[in-house]
Design a protein around this ligand. Structure first.
Ligand SMILES: Nc1nc2c(ncn2[C@@H]2O[C@H](COP(=O)(O)OP(=O)(O)OP(=O)(O)O)[C@@H](O)[C@H]2O)c(=O)[nH]1
Ligand SMILES: Nc1nc2c(ncn2[C@@H]2O[C@H](COP(=O)(O)OP(=O)(O)OP(=O)(O)O)[C@@H](O)[C@H]2O)c(=O)[nH]1
Ligand SMILES: [Mg+2]
Ligand SMILES: [Mg+2]
Ligand SMILES: [Zn+2]
Ligand SMILES: [Zn+2]
Lengths: 211, 211
């Protein structure tokens, strides 16, 4: 509780710094392999003429995700936690110093793959999106409630694999709205591009509304 | 570190109690939706004449997984962590009291869906298996090393979906053996049953070798 309070106060400082720099910050959450990085890759195509994006990549180890994002031409910083299960606000504070915030207006923070404790650690974001893949099972919303209670959007990814799963989209939606009545729900395939334009439009609109 | 030490000492006590009762305990790990519960459901068919199994189910919320396991006729206890991201040894100590250990010889503990900190919290298990699904991506072994360093077996699940993914099985195997040269690797589909008999045979053999 004290640890979370300390983290939250640093998150507040980050948020103020982002506001000062005119940067709209988005925390991208979801299980390992849900498709967070692939989603960012696909969003780039739809966002590049409309925003100046930068990325903080969080992982236990390797710079694989940062290398993927760099190919998009977006300024990227990789954080390695070593073994830590979630990004913390102080890690974001340090990473921020090495990003061109003055010439950016949208920052994605791809969090460590984790459907649990990433939910309770604010980083200084304005918006949260959770990527849930159709291959994980439709009971994950009810089984991991804090993540879905605390998100602005639920992005159901891998829609292209729905024919090969027993995923009940209606059940996912009902569970999500019961926990979080105002949550935005998108159904996408980061592989085929289906539904990606809608997510991009929503992100651009959220940023413009805030400014 | 002190917290982990305290946890480990309770884990040691659990291990001693399991040995005393002649129960071989298996920690079942993996991301949310990797297929841990489905694997246990499929293993039951192959194990029921050969072992007396019991299960401790760990989740943040709901008893959905315990209800699925109960249908198999195995004694089951559900632990709900509330928000905690991993099972701890003291939770297992309490749960053990409510299981018929004297008439069981194999205990599965299905851990919270999490590829990170479940790796560093011993529960009193003799064996660890990690379920990695072919839909999560072949880079997960290298990106989440502690989990794969500390496991006895890597069970690649959802082999039936391989045709629809870019999962490179060789890369997964190379990364796993580099981190953990003696790791056992199984490729299965908990949906179709492919490869399940081999996992069951290995579990029975591991239990008999230990006794
Ligand atoms: N079929 C299909 N596969 C996808 C889709 N999106 C991502 N994938 C695959 O899913 C795997 C994981 O994708 P990533 O983008 O690495 O997932 P991630 O959430 O960033 O994973 P971590 O950062 O390690 O937590 C890769 O093999 C992708 O090719 C999709 O919409 N459809
Ligand atoms: N296609 C396919 N789907 C599978 C396979 N194994 C499990 N699934 C599906 O994957 C989803 C998740 O399975 P679960 O068994 O609930 O996964 P889990 O690891 O127990 O999830 P948590 O306990 O919530 O962490 C369900 O929709 C299953 O039907 C498989 O081998 N092939
Ligand atoms: Mg990623
Ligand atoms: Mg389960
Ligand atoms: Zn954590
Ligand atoms: Zn944890």
């Amino acid at each position: 509780q004290d640890i979370l309070k300390a983290n939250d106060s640093i998150a507040e400082q980050n948020l103020a710094a982002f506001d000062e720099a005119g940067v709209y910050t988005v925390n991208v959450l979801g299980s390992p392999g849900s498709g967070k990085t692939t989603l960012l890759e696909k969003l780039a195509e739809k966002l590049n003429n409309r925003v100046k994006a930068a990325v903080i990549e969080g992982d236990l180890a390797t710079s694989k995700d940062a290398e993927r994002i760099e190919k998009l031409g977006w300024p990227t910083i990789q954080i390695n936690t070593g073994g830590g299960c979630h990004l913390e606000a102080n890690m974001v504070s340090s990473a921020m110093k090495n990003l061109p915030l003055d010439t950016s207006n949208l920052l994605f923070i791809e969090n460590v793959g984790n459907l649990v404790c990433t939910a309770s650690h604010k980083l200084g974001e304005r918006l949260r999106i959770v990527v849930l893949s159709a291959t994980e099972g439709d009971d994950k919303v009810s089984k991991y409630p804090p993540m879905f209670q605390k998100t602005n959007a639920l992005i159901m990814n891998k829609a292209d694999l729905l024919p090969y799963t027993d995923f009940d989209v209606d059940r996912m939606e009902e569970d999500a709205r019961r926990l979080n009545p105002d949550v935005e729900i998108f159904k996408v395939s980061a592989r085929t591009g289906e539904g990606i334009a809608e997510v991009a439009d929503w992100l651009v609109a959220k940023r413009e509304t805030w400014f």
